[in-house]
Design a protein around this ligand. Structure first.
Ligand code: MN
Length: 260
């Protein structure tokens, strides 16, 4: 009898990305890992789904699983509804090339795939490596193999994603693990303005400014200091305090329909 945990592995950098391959190898040591990941690069796809184009799942040649056209969320939806024989115990998304700390969680396809799993009631973890140029995923893959068993053991509350970011560098240089908040620092978007051959302007997102935290122990601050950051993200978007306030100021004098 096979009692290994079942893990669905996905990402937003595509099924052939090195980060996915690295974490596949480290998790396969103790889990049955099936890959369902996008055929192509979908960083920044956030929670996008494909509505007007048929989805196709192509079996991978060298790993168990599929690459799917198109988005990370399409992959998770299709995996859970059709491609997997059994419901997974956990969904792992990543390892992303580049950090997904602070406000980047809202744009990330890596985090969105994990969100989709959590919305479907499957615990999910997103892993990102804060290194874009010449990324070395070895340390992050080792970190994933430490964190994933914990999540399998302890579970996560419903509607929660665990967002993990790993600093660049060798494993021996990591300062440790930190449980922390998400940085709320605004992004400093930089768009480059260019002209096409006919003299008309076009714009290209060229950067999001320095991704720094607010110095108060948030994910981006600790990541920069060399810590692996673990941030529990909530998918319940209702604002507790505002909701509990009863909305009087927003509702006063408003009436609609026959019930008013
Ligand atoms: Mn990505």
């Amino acid at each position: 009898m096979n009692d290994k945990p079942r893990i669905l592995l996905t990402n937003d950098d595509g099924a052939h990305a090195r980060g996915l391959r690295a974490v596949y190898d480290s998790l396969s040591a103790f889990a049955d890992v099936t890959v369902v990941a996008p055929s192509n690069q979908h960083s920044g796809a956030s929670h996008c789904i494909t509505l007007d184009t048929p989805l196709r799942a192509h079996p991978l040649k060298d790993l168990p699983g599929y690459r799917v056209d198109f988005t990370p969320v399409d992959c998770v939806k299709l995996a859970l509804s059709h491609l997997l024989d059994e419901r997974p115990d956990l969904v792992v998304s990543g390892i992303n090339r580049g950090s997904n700390g602070g406000q980047l969680v809202h744009y990330s396809g890596t985090v969105a795939a994990a969100k989709e799993a959590a919305l479907a009631g499957v615990p999910a973890v997103a892993f990102s490596l804060a290194q874009w140029r010449k990324p070395d995923f070895a340390a992050a893959a080792k970190v994933a193999a430490q964190i994933v068993p914990r999540v399998l053991e302890q579970g996560l509350p419903p509607m929660t994603v665990l967002n993990v970011n790993v600093p660049p560098g060798p494993y021996s240089d990591l300062k440790g693990f930190r449980w922390c908040r998400q940085s709320l620092q605004s992004l400093d978007d930089q768009y480059e303005r260019r002209e096409d051959p006919r003299g008309k302007p076009y714009y290209w997102l060229s950067g999001a400014g320095p991704l720094k935290g607010n110095g108060n122990g948030d994910d981006l601050t600790l990541l920069e200091q060399g810590y692996v950051t673990l941030t529990p993200l909530s998918l319940d978007w209702t604002h507790e305090e505002l909701f509990e306030g009863g909305g009087e100021g927003f509702l006063k004098g408003l009436a609609a329909g026959s019930g008013s």
